[in-house]
Design a binder for this molecule. Sequence first.
Ligand code: FAD
Length: 351
Amino acid sequence: MNDLSTNTIGATDVIEKDVVIVGAGPVGLFAVFELGLLDLDTALIDILDKPGGQCAELYPEKPIYDIPGYPEITGEGLVERLIEQIKPFHPTFHLNRMVETLTREADGRFRVTTDAGDTFLARVVVIAAGGGSFQPKRPPVPGIEDYENTSVFYSVRRMEEFRDHDLLIVGGGDSALDWTLNLQPIARSLTLVHRRDEFRAAPDSVKKMHALLDAGKINFQLGQVSGLKGEGGQLAAATVKGKESEAEIACTRMLPFFGLTMKLGPVANWGINLEENLIPVDTEKFETSEPGIFAIGDINTYPGKLKLILCGFHEAALMSQAAARIINPDKRIVFQYTTSSSSLQKKLGVI
Ligand code: FAD
C-alpha cells in the first residue's frame, strides 16, 4: 500500500477545502480525480485506518472482473491503482475518524466535524459513505460500555496513548496480531487473549507473535473475556474464562479486535432525505435534497441504480461538474479529454 499523508492537524484547527468527501472507498477516491481535473481541492475522511472501503476491508484479495480496462484486479489492487491515480491532486487523508455532524454556516459553507475533534469548512460535501460506516463489533462482555474510550479501545489512533500500560489484546485476526507486534515494545506488559490457539492472521505475524511469546516478552491466555474490574472507567483487571479454568489478568487498557460491521451511522442525522437508509439523488448531478451536498456510490439511490464500482465512477464525474459550478460560478467549464488537453496533462504532471 502506498504511503498516505494522513492529516494530524489538532482539534483546534479548522481545515478549509473546496470539497470534503465523506468516505474513502473506491468511489470517494475516484471523486478526488474528477474534482482535481476541475481544480478543486479535496479532503477525504474515513472511519477506517486505510482507504478503499469495502474493497480494502471486505475483499482485498478477491478478484474483481468488471472494472473497465482491467480484466481482473483484486480489491486491494484496485485501491492501490486509484491512490496512484489521484496522487497529482494531493488530497488530504483523514483516517480513523468518523464524520459526526454536517451543518451549514451563515456564509453558505458546510461545517463538517469528526469524532476525533477536527472541523472542516467546505463549499461542497460529497457523501461517498457506501453501505455506511464500518464500526467495530463490541464483544459480549457485561459492563464493557463503562470503559469504552477511557480504558477499552477498538482502534489505535496514537500508539503513545498505550505506552507503559498493561495491555490486554483480544482476538486472533490480523488487527489483534499486528497491534500485539507493534505495541509490545512500548507496553509495560501485554497479554494476548484468544478463544483458540489457532490464529487467522497472516502466517508471518503469527510466527513473530510466537517468537515474542517464547522470549517471554508477551503472555498468551486461551479463553474469552467474561468480566471487567475497575472504577470510574479505569480498568484494573479482566476475567478470562477458559474451557475448564478462569484467570484474572491485571490490565489498564483493553483492545478487542472482533471485526467490523457496517452501519448507516451519523449520515441519518444530517437532515438529508433518506429512502430505506439510502440517499435519493437526481441523475444529472447526483445532488441530495440539500443543495451543495452530493451523494455518490453505494449510498445513493435513483431509478435503475446498480451498486457497482463503475456506476460510482460515472456518478463522480457528473457530480464534479456540478460541484465546480457551485464553487466557481463565474468560471466556464470547458469539456476536455485527458489524451489531448495539455492543460489537463499539466495538472496530472505528465508534461
Ligand atoms: P464503500 O466501499 O462502502 O466505502 C464507503 C466508505 O465510507 C467506508 O470506508 C466507510 O467506512 C466510510 N464511511 C461511511 N460513513 C462514514 C462516516 N460517517 N465517517 C467516516 N467514514 C464513513 N462491485 C463491483 O463493481 N464489482 C464486483 O465484482 C464487486 N464485488 C464485490 C464483492 C464483495 C464481497 C462485496 C462486499 C462487494 C462487491 N462489490 C463489487 C461492491 C463494491 O465493493 C461497492 O459497490 C463499492 O465498494 C462501493 O464503493 P463506495 O466508495 O460507494 O463505498
